[in-house]
Design a protein around this ligand. Structure first.
Ligand code: 8YV
Length: 328
């Protein structure tokens, strides 16, 4: 006698922790991508046939063409807080729920933002390369002398959960003066708790000793920092991008770093990543990391588990934990 499974089928589009797959298997037939290949849109669509749910990462684009090819799909759960890989209006129109992973990565990502800021200001990568290259032959008073962090002015562009967590670290831990710019101003109680002062973008650019970018990527934020904005920054300033590639014009930044229009930059995200603009690879005054701001084992597990929670909750009860859109 043949039996047809009544369990829903779910796809995990990238390699995740085995315990997360096991949790999904308690409820669904699950297909995984153990080789962790980044599938083309056509391959992803083929793998999604018959699937009601999928766990994605920033590498998978979910747009109208994919949705049209996968009519059984009900939920796409991103293992990321940012979701610029989703066309949310197209998902809503197709009746597909979108979810992300807010909160669980906030403090870890803020820690990394601060680590990158300090590595950039204090020239940690540049000096380590110098040492490894055998170039250190004597101590000097000005050897890799960088910029002060404590007591300096920290500028934050984008003041959501992660921006606020960075503000708290700067203000309370390092005695920094914190200024921020955001689409909407925070309420007075949150500003007081973060010890952060709202300024317009021009003041943020011209006053910050260290400017950190923590805003979501959208058409509106594309190249929010380009040659014109860098020109408004102090020549001693540092710039840190932990938000998304495309918010900074990487070609313009490489020119500015080479010409010392700003002192240094720290980048975790890039336009067209995992490719990195070749000019950024040759300038010394930039710290480059491969999109690891949320990468602690505990946080990556929490992100994958929250994405799984969303799929399990939505497909078994009709209510997700952290939905982005509303579907009928
Ligand atoms: C993810 C991120 O690891 O959450 C985000 O928005 O940028 C990272 O934490 C990355 O997007 C992979 O999905």
């Amino acid at each position: 006698m043949s039996s047809v499974s009544s369990r829903a089928s779910v796809l995990v589009s990238r390699s995740v922790f085995p315990e997360v797959v096991e949790r999904l298997r308690e409820h669904f037939d699950v297909q995984t991508n153990d080789e962790d290949a980044v599938w083309s849109p056509a391959e992803l669509a083929a793998r999604l046939q018959g699937k009601k749910g999928v766990l994605t990462t920033g590498s998978e684009r979910v747009d109208a063409a994919l949705l049209a090819a996968c009519p059984q799909l009900k939920i796409v759960a991103n293992i990321a807080v940012g979701y610029n890989n989703f066309d949310v209006p197209a998902m809503t129109a197709a009746g597909v729920l979108a979810t992300n992973t807010p909160d669980v990565l906030t403090e870890t990502t803020a820690d990394f933002g601060f680590a990158l800021l300090m590595a950039t200001a204090r020239r940690i990568s540049e000096s380590e390369h110098f040492l490894r290259a055998g170039q250190w032959n004597q101590w000097r008073l000005d050897l890799f002398a960088g910029a002060e962090v404590h007591g300096s002015t920290l500028g934050i562009l984008g003041m959501g959960r992660i921006g606020q967590a960075i503000a708290r670290r700067g203000a309370h831990g390092f005695g920094m003066k914190v200024i921020y710019h955001n689409r909407s101003r925070l309420d007075a109680a949150t500003e007081a708790e973060c010890k952060a002062r709202y300024v317009d973008k021009a003041e943020l650019l011209s006053s910050a000793d260290h400017l950190i970018l923590v805003l979501p990527y959208s058409a509106e934020s594309h190249h929010a920092i380009g040659a014109a904005e860098i020109a408004q920054m102090k020549p001693t300033a540092t710039l840190v991008n932990i938000a998304r590639g495309g918010i900074v014009d990487d070609a313009a930044l490489a020119v500015a770093l080479r010409e010392k229009r700003i002192a240094a930059a720290g980048l975790d995200v890039y336009e067209g990543e995992p490719k990195v603009h070749p000019d950024l690879l040759t300038v010394p005054n930039v710290v480059l990391t491969p999109h690891i701001a949320s990468a602690t084992i505990a946080t990556r597990k929490a992100m994958a588990n929250l994405a799984a929670d969303n799929v399990i909750a939505f497909l078994t009860t009709g209510r997700a934990v952290t939905p982005i859109n509303t579907v009928a």
